[in-house]
Write a protein that binds this ligand. Structure first.
Ligand code: FES
Length: 146
């Protein structure tokens, strides 16, 4: 006989679901076992390179295009050597990994939050901006870093 309410159902009965349910689990377990937490908020520690001669990334040679790599949205904002912008894919509103490049800034379609090229919020859907990263192009190697 099953007299205990399963933890998951108990939390759901309290109205927790989705990201907040995950947060409850994370909050009650050791940080080291909470792998999803770091995936949800990649705040720092970013440092990787993208080879723009690689066909998979060559669209970044043309202004207006973007790619998503390592949960970072990397946009080609202009033809200039420094014409790049990079921000986290994770929206600051409710943590959806849906941020994309609009051509002039960044946006999240989940609820309509918009952000500037430097990650500042440009409407009031989210109460704060999103993390932006630095970029530097050397030859065909683009470095994206914190
Ligand atoms: S999660 Fe991005 S707008 Fe709500």
């Amino acid at each position: 006989m099953e007299s205990k309410i399963k933890r998951n159902e108990f939390l759901k009965s309290l109205g927790f679901k989705g990201a907040s349910l995950l947060a409850v689990y994370c909050g009650t377990t050791a940080l080291s076992s909470c792998e999803n937490e770091s995936n949800v908020t990649p705040s720092g520690g970013v440092d990787f390179t993208v080879d723009l001669s690689n066909a998979a990334y060559s669209k970044l040679n043309t202004a207006g295009n973007y790619i998503i790599l390592n949960k970072v949205v990397i946009a080609r904002t202009s033809a200039a050597t420094n014409g790049f912008a990079a921000v986290t894919q994770i929206c600051s509103h409710e943590g959806q990994a849906q941020v994309y490049f609009t051509g002039s800034g960044f946006a999240c379609p989940a609820h309509g939050a918009t952000f500037s090229l430097t990650g500042a919020k440009t409407n009031n859907i989210s109460s704060k901006g999103i993390t932006a990263y630095q970029t530097s192009l050397s030859g065909t190697t683009l470095r994206v870093f914190s």
